[in-house]
Write a new protein. Sequence first.
Lengths: 209, 328
Amino acid sequence: MSKIEEVKAKVEIGKTKLVPALVQEALDEGSTPAMILQAMVDSMGVVGDKFSKGEIFVPEMLIAAKAMAKGVDVLRPLLAGDSETSLGTCIIGTVAGDLHDIGKNLVAMMIESAGFTMVDLGVDVPAEKFVEAIKENERVTLVACSGLLTTTMPALKEAVQTIKAAYPDQKVIVGGAPVTPEYAAEIGADGFAPDAGSAAVKAKEIISV
Amino acid sequence: MLTKKQNLLETIKGGKPDRFVKQYEFLNMIFEAAFQMTGIPMMPGPTSKDIWGITWTFMEGQIGGFPVHDEEHLVIKDITKWKEYVKKPLIPTDDESWAPAIAHANAINRNEEFVTAMYAPGLFEMTHHMMGMENSLMAFYEEPEAMHELINYITEFELEFAEILIDRIHPDALFHHDDWGSQISSFLSPSMFQEFFVPAYKKIYGYYKANGVELIVHHSDSYAANLVPAMIEMGIDIFQGVMNTNNIPELINNYGRQISFMGGLHSGELDFPDWTPERIAEDVERACKANGKSFYIPCITHGGAMSHFPGVYEEIDKQIDKMSKEMF
């Protein structure tokens, strides 16, 4: 097995202590930083699929993402300024009036693992703050809004519509327990995902359209 | 007509109930004895601390409190050093503290209802309340020994509390919270759950049952179908909070003689400001017809005999009465 294949395999099973050294060995073996990064992104794609299918659970997804992050730490100095490797910036937050952050954090982690640069606005985020963040950050390709409560679904709608009013071409993805694909379409979102694994897939799909 | 208690027992034993059990009607909860919940806010107000030192916030407009998990407020900042951060709280033992709970328990007709001890947060919840969800879930992989020690320590506290509680109010039932999943999956795999939590809960629920508690009702308003065999092993009699994502009819078919299911009426879909009696009627009818009369208790999924918005809980009761007339 080549070192890059080992990186891929160890990220998938969350070997946080082994991955940094394997990444270095893959570099030494001649793989480029971009190739290694892509291998890890592919691993996280497998992890996301397994999570969506119920084959693995949140801890397994978390340690895989942590292993990838450790690998990215090794690559970062070599990737600096290389915009080719990034899918752009994704602004994420839980909408106004909603303090739930676990699902949002998992989605952030998986979208980051898919190759986006994340800007996490946290929880209880007013609609205007999403707009400000789009303005303040470079190359925002996606905004992800989360809402867990039935009572905060109107805030989700407000967030999407405020973003679209300010930036009509901005791609927006939504999710959260009460959100359905129909509701996402009704409020003008470009996409919906039922879980963190499929959110990463959907995020890539949306920005490629 | 059977008493509430008799009707519940007929329902969960596959006997002959004479009506649907109406949500939480059979559990008379002695909240006055829930000393372990001291400091956890039940309504919006200022930031507070619970007895383990966890900081809580309950903002205006929210329907529940949240533990605060910024760096400053995390109770366990490093799981390998948990002993430096976590100290078992003291449980009151004086007569004065227990008098209201004892008076409440004594006022209950035990043939009619179960005198019920209420315990929350549960073991899994305690781990993530103290260190944040992501830290906690990763620690099961990265520092399993420390997690085992921490869970044992919290279990010891629960057992010490149970000893005093049983001595004071002699509960007939235990209503125990511990949310084990999201609406679509369990947080932990069944094997990890088996390793970390089943032995601890066997001790806790076993202790209650060995000391006069007839009924263990466990709340987890989530998907947890993959954990039902573990629930049976732990000694749970009723899985409260069961969501429809679990496929309740299938669970009843597979496990009904060993455990009963209480829920099927999702809080998020029924308990909100613009609720309507029509929507509730439709959903109660669906739940009662789909899940049937044995091993099933129609109930709002959240963990208590109340609703967040006025009238919802009572309307559900009313519609269950209607379905009882139609189906019994």
